[in-house]
Design a protein. Structure first.
Length: 428
């Protein structure tokens, strides 16, 4: 069975690679247009269906242009692909984001981040709501219970500071605009540093910010996009053996959201200098310093509320139903039997930890591409077993899998020999 799957995968990839680069782009944009149309028709969330109707036109237009250009003799093919990418960004990100910011159509997290920024600007702790014996304490009046929680680390609140300064949460001070600007700037820096071909860089940019895997989130919510952009910058730094930059970028991401922690911890395993020696202490120093400085004051001020917001609520253990609960196995099982909510995560951690350790032991010392492949699997498993997670988190494993396929790198020979000697001695 596995052999047949590998053969089928090889055939598909072979046909895909035989296509003209502009044909591949056109196919991706055409699929994006179909996705946008389906989302526009089926979604019940205002921000999502509005994005769908706004984006289907640009995706269709660029797909047709890509197919047409593929049948002409173009000398500067990469330039044509870049121009199409910019057109898509304008049509599927800039225009929808501007209109939805003006219309005040957004995912709930945008309002949560804006309110956190307002509280921070006044010197007030954003971690105020918590569950006590089935009762929600310090709920925000007039809003659903889940919007009273701030399920991020403190640094995420900086995206809400512009709206706090003007007392307006729309237009140029919309938190999504700040997150989008940071994502685009950080992604551009990361792409300039990555040791990839022009074709590979274009594909990374398409998946990260231009296709619905990025454009939808930038326009409607966006809190995961700065995390992915900083993670990509961390990958570029690790690839170039720049440990300080890797620690700073991943430290900033880890000080914003819990989803950045797997990549931040994984970086400690693969961080090396130009001589191939591990630099995990340098990376850990940067990550630890940034997280401690930005987080510890809030933990000391209200430890119970902090734990309830950052950990209990995202994992569905705060007694409040989260809108992020997609119909994935973990959510379905805990809906059927609530007691499983306290078992699934620890069980997945133990079983997954065993297989992850076995994977790393067999391939030690781990290369960057292998770490990214492992992280893509980790995110898929975590999504499936979590009691309250959204299907949109699939953008993490998708991006990690793509980066993994493009960052193949041989482990330095001296490290490989050292690992083999150590393994032989331990076996003896």
């Amino acid at each position: 069975m596995l052999a047949r799957l590998d053969l089928a995968r090889g055939n598909v990839m072979g046909r895909w690679n035989q296509l003209h680069p502009l044909d591949r782009d056109g196919l991706l944009y055409a699929l994006a247009a179909v996705f946008a149309l389906v989302l526009a028709i089926t979604s019940t969330q205002g921000a999502q269906w509005q994005w769908g109707y706004l984006a289907v036109g640009p995706y269709t237009l660029v797909a047709l242009l890509a197919f047409a250009l593929a049948r002409r003799q173009i000398k500067r093919e990469h330039l044509a692909r870049m121009v199409l990418l910019v057109v898509v960004l304008f049509g599927a990100v800039v225009v929808p984001l501007g209109l939805e910011a003006h219309w005040r159509q957004a995912q709930p997290e945008v309002g949560v981040i804006s309110r956190a920024g307002q509280l921070l600007s006044k010197g007030i702790d954003p971690y105020r709501a918590y569950d006590s014996h089935g009762h929600l304490i310090n709920a925000v009046k007039g809003l659903p219970a889940f919007e009273s929680f701030f399920p991020y680390f403190p640094l995420m609140g900086i995206f809400g500071l512009p709206s706090a300064a003007t007392h307006e949460s729309k237009g140029l001070t919309d938190a999504r605009l700040v997150m989008t600007l940071m994502t685009l700037i950080t992604s551009a820096i990361a792409l300039s540093l990555l040791r990839l071909s022009k074709d590979q860089k274009i594909r990374v940019a398409q998946v990260l910010i231009a296709l619905p895997t990025g454009a939808l989130f930038l326009s409607t919510g966006g809190d995961d996009m700065p995390i992915l952009a900083l993670s990509l910058l961390g990958v570029a730094a690790l690839q170039r053996r720049q440990s300080n930059l890797a620690g700073i970028s991943l430290g900033l991401a880890a000080a914003m959201k819990l989803t950045a922690w797997p990549m931040a911890l994984g970086a400690l395993i693969v961080a090396r200098n130009e001589r191939g020696r591990s630099t995990w202490k340098c990376v850990l120093a940067w990550i630890g310093s940034i997280v401690v400085v930005t987080t510890v004051p809030f933990i000391l001020r209200a430890p119970a509320a902090f734990m309830s917001n950052v950990f209990a609520f995202p994992f569905g253990l705060a007694g409040i139903k989260s809108p992020a609960a997609s119909a994935l196995p973990g959510h379905l099982l805990t809906t059927w039997e609530p007691a499983l909510g306290h078992v699934l995560a620890p069980l997945a951690f133990l079983v997954g930890g065993y297989f992850a350790a076995k994977f790393m032991r067999q391939r030690w010392p781990l290369a960057l591409s292998q770490l990214l492949a492992l992280l893509s699997v980790v995110f898929v498993v975590a999504m499936c077993v979590a009691t309250a997670t959204r299907v949109g988190y699939v953008i993490y494993p998708l991006n990690f899998a793509l980066w993994s396929s493009m960052t193949h790198e041989r482990v330095p020979l001296e490290l490989e020999l050292e690992s083999q000697v150590s393994y032989t001695v331990s076996e003896f």
